[in-house]
Design a protein around this ligand. Structure first.
Ligand code: ZN
Length: 453
């Protein structure tokens, strides 16, 4: 791959050693960031020069938790609660209707939405109904051109079997086959396992799945602590890590964790566990207060995620804003209730941007490769238009990205040094080629589910 020189931008590297630089250049060679500085030149005659004048240059966003396969049923779940409609309609009905091609089309268009909106890496939490579903979901990630942790979770064809006191482990042979066949040798893909916490399955199953993840070197992403189980069924283990308490580690990523106690969170943070907060969906569906504050209190930081893209949009900017402002509100309120004025905000725009980039990379075990603009890391780069009438004059590039820019201001996107969006347009022809099949897939799923929308 020829060199690329991103020239004369406002670089927000998020790397403390590199810092922020005005009128700076980023030199990319063979998919790697080789230099960041002023007045860089390229010696290669076929090098591509990308003009970043009036643009903010930053690392691509990392979405640490999303279910991309729900993309063609977007816009149906925005008024749903987790414990009623989501469990009944989505996990108990729609996911079972997915054919392998539906998994492909959801993943493809979800992936394209991600790239268009500046997210270059996702953890795609998948519930493949068969090995073929998993294969096509991985094909979608590759065809979209995303960097991804493909996360093999419990199949979506039988909620009772997989989600209610389940004693069935993840389909081990399928996971091994899929990993060997499509993931192991792919530079952009890695493997995750979608685990169920002890609130969803019996102890042996929860621990067995985690052991399998460890053996495969996979991120262990666990849905936990998102529900407040009825007191009649109360089991103290449901509210904490239960049988997983003594086997936690940095490869464990908790999605949600709203109902964990401060002690649980402290214990987990001390063991290196990462937390993915998906603030918009959690506040909508009744999960509870995002875990952000408790993780901060424990000395950690959360990674943001979109989660259920059938109810909210796939762009990370919204999650950065919603997550930040909610946490500020929660932090401000006790002072106000004590009769004091709020004169200082704890969490900053830069914090939330880091939670959408480097913290996500850390949660996915990819922080050596991505998450900041750093020489030696892979070139996952986003350029945001700071000269548009809605973003200019961009006094503070971090605040412009977090509070002012919308997905249409994402002008250029590189994944592993490849340009996937240029001048505001996706370059992938599959957006046009597969559009009709994508829409038809969504229509069939909603119709066959018999939803009265
Ligand atoms: Zn989820």
């Amino acid at each position: 791959m020829a060199e690329k020189l991103i020239q004369n931008g406002t670089v927000v590297s998020l790397d403390p050693e590199v810092g922020d630089l005005e009128g700076a250049d980023v030199l990319v060679d063979d998919g790697e960031i080789v230099e960041i500085g002023h007045g860089l030149t390229t010696s290669e005659s076929d090098a591509a020069v990308i003009d970043a004048t009036d643009h903010i240059v930053l690392p691509g966003f990392v979405d640490s938790h999303i279910h991309l396969a729900q993309t063609q049923v977007r816009g149906i779940a925005g008024d749903w609660s987790l414990m009623n409609e989501y469990f009944n309609h989505m996990l108990g009905n729609i996911t079972g209707l997915y054919r392998a091609e539906d998994a492909y089309l959801g993943g493809l268009f979800g992936g394209l939405e991600k790239l268009y909106t500046g997210t270059t890496t996702v953890l795609d939490w998948s519930y493949p109904n068969s090995l073929e579903h998993g294969e096509r979901a991985v094909d979608a990630l590759r065809d979209a051109g995303l960097r991804a942790v493909y996360t093999y979770g419990p199949p979506g064809d039988d909620a009772a079997k997989w989600w209610f006191d389940s004693d069935v482990g993840l389909p081990e042979q399928h996971i091994r086959d899929l990993y060997d066949e499509k993931i192991r040798d792919d530079d952009l893909l890695s493997l995750g396992l979608g685990l169920r916490g002890p609130d969803f399955c019996v102890d042996e199953t929860a621990r067995g799945d985690l052991e399998l993840a460890r053996e495969l070197g996979a991120v262990a992403s666990i849905h936990m602590g998102a529900a407040q189980w009825p007191s009649s069924e109360y089991n103290p283990d449901y509210q904490g890590f239960g049988c997983l308490s003594d086997v936690l580690g940095p490869d464990v990523n908790v999605a949600h964790g709203n109902h964990f106690t401060q002690e649980d969170i402290q214990h987990a943070v001390d063991q290196g566990v990462s937390f993915s907060a998906t603030p918009e969906v959690e506040m909508q569906m009744g999960h509870g207060i995002p875990v952000t504050g408790k993780v901060l209190e424990a000395g950690g930081r959360v990674a943001w995620g979109v989660d259920v893209c059938s109810s909210v949009s796939g762009d990370m900017t919204t999650q950065m804003r919603v997550g930040l402002q909610t946490q500020r509100m929660l932090a401000n309120q006790p002072q106000l209730e004590a009769g004091e004025e709020v004169t200082e905000l704890g969490l900053t725009a830069r914090d939330t941007l880091e939670m959408a980039t480097i913290e996500g990379a850390r949660a996915l075990g990819l922080d050596d490769e991505i998450g900041t603009l750093t020489p030696g890391k892979r070139a996952d780069v986003v350029m945001v238009d700071a000269g548009d009438f809605m973003t200019a004059p961009a006094h503070d590039p971090v605040q412009t990205v977090v509070f002012e820019a919308n997905p249409h201001h994402v002008d250029t996107v590189l994944v592993d040094g490849e340009v996937v969006k240029a001048d505001g347009e996706l370059l992938n022809p599959k957006r046009e080629e597969e559009y009709d099949r994508f829409v038809a897939s969504g229509r069939r799923l909603v119709e066959e589910a018999g939803l009265d929308l």
